[in-house]
Design a protein around this ligand. Sequence first.
Ligand code: SAM
Length: 235
Amino acid sequence: MKNYLSKMAEKIGISLTDEMLTKFEIFYRLLLDANRYMNLTAITDKKEVVLKHFIDSIALINFVDLSRTKIIDVGTGAGFPGIPLAIMFPDAQFVLMDSLNKRLKFINQVIEDCHLENVKTVHGRAEDLGQMEEYREKFDYCVSRAVAFLPVLLELCIPFVKVNGKLISYKSELLAEELEQSEHALSILHCTLEEKYSYTIPDSNIFRVFAVFSKNKILERKYPRPAGKLKKKPL
Ligand code: SAM
């Protein structure tokens, strides 16, 4: 696993230290073990885990420097992209949140075994945590992958982001279509699309794009709306 990961990372210009590779190896073993009794990932083939989970999570570092920042991963699931990014940026502080507590229990084991002192987990729905003082407008970056259609995702994530902070959404070729339907949400949530960074996952023809949104103003207190409303009637 380590060799293949190291080679694929090199292909996109990322060099991994031995310490980082060891952490990825521990994460990989825990993921496969826990996946036998818990629904964590449909991807279990070694090469696929490397490409679709590890490389896909860390490719962002070619475009954005997260050093010494505070980051929240909304809907982290089995820890993507949060855990790989935390391995790459030991001097950044990460909060990994999800509404499914059993996934966070798995992540807590990963944090312990990989000695990731820069990661904390929090259990809850983004709709509720985004209204809490402890999390509201406290992060330089919010990252999120495979959680919701863009207009919904914006309302779930933007409350966590400081003014002038950024939301980075991991998306596919469907981004253009999702953006067309997000104009109203972007305006209500005081956001603008700042950059789009795209790349192809090595050893595959999978196209990926990081959409970076900046938050320009404090958000009205009524956002995010409660769970039912937010999903039933996206902005
Ligand atoms: N981000 C991970 C990845 O890319 O592998 C997990 C993706 S999984 C398809 C979506 C995750 O988002 C699930 O673990 C789910 O529990 C979580 N989720 C969905 N809606 C959420 C919400 N409103 N608040 C918190 N977590 C949420």
